[in-house]
Ligand binder design. Structure first.
Ligand code: URA
Length: 235
């Protein structure tokens, strides 16, 4: 790829800024100064340095975020802060986007990546990727609700959901549950509980496929996936 494109992708500034870096003679490829932005380099094999610093090129980023409430799962929004606003500039330059949506008030596991192919696979209804949520529910969740979820419930627009696994952690006037769904309809978990006459008052995603939220991550922070997490996710 062209050296000017690589440097721009890696966050070394606008085209103009990259041009001026090259002009300064501080961009070195395999020991030779490169001054022409059109020169081709192989980011996977060449030793490329800017002012002595080795460039570690990567095409894709995979970030696990502990989404906080109050941010929308989008790359831009006119009204609300987005999850992308929480990224450091060195990660934002890769232009990752959230894989699927969590509601503004939902917390928990959110994957951000610029790998469109993986995102597509994870979101494809055919793949049946399970997403597990913890929720607090106003009202008593019963075994009848478990049975209804196991069969699938009818949402307010008439949509019949696929079977979902509902586990009651605590039942009472305020219940706690875990639910696993394999779809991602708008407000799905909230609407599934509405269909059995109950209200979700707190919702947090715990896992998506084999990827489990790292509880050490404080709300609003994120980290790169480990290579093990990435290979589990790609399975
Ligand atoms: N279901 C919901 O209702 N909201 C979410 O954010 C995710 C799943």
């Amino acid at each position: 790829m062209r050296i000017d494109k690589l440097l721009a992708n890696m966050g070394f500034g606008s085209r103009k800024e990259v041009k001026s870096l090259l002009k300064k003679g501080i961009v070195i490829c395999n020991g030779e100064i490169i001054k022409n932005g059109q020169d081709q380099v192989d980011p996977n094999h060449d030793d490329i340095r800017v002012a002595g610093e080795l460039i570690e090129y990567k095409e894709f980023v995979y970030l696990m975020m502990h989404k906080p409430p109050g941010h929308v799962s989008a790359t831009e929004d006119f009204r609300d802060p987005t999850v992308v606003d929480l990224l450091e500039p060195e990660d934002a330059i890769f232009e990752p986007f959230p894989v699927g949506r969590l509601d503004k008030d939902t917390e928990g596991l959110l994957l951000l990546t610029n790998d469109g192919k993986l995102a597509h696979q994870l979101l494809s209804p055919k793949k049946n990727v399970g997403k597990t949520y913890y929720a607090r529910i106003a009202g008593s969740v019963t075994e009848e609700d478990v049975a209804a979820f196991t069969k699938g419930v009818t949402l307010d627009d008439g949509y019949e959901t696929k079977p979902a696994e509902l586990k009651i952690l605590r039942s009472g006037s305020a219940s706690e549950i875990e639910v696993t769904i394999t779809e991602g309809k708008f407000h799905q978990v909230k609407r599934m509980f509405e269909s059995v006459g109950k209200k979700v008052v707190y919702l947090k995603r715990l896992s998506m496929g084999h990827l489990v939220l790292d509880e050490e991550l404080p709300l609003g922070s994120y980290r790169e996936l480990t290579s093990e997490e990435l290979s589990l996710l790609k399975q």
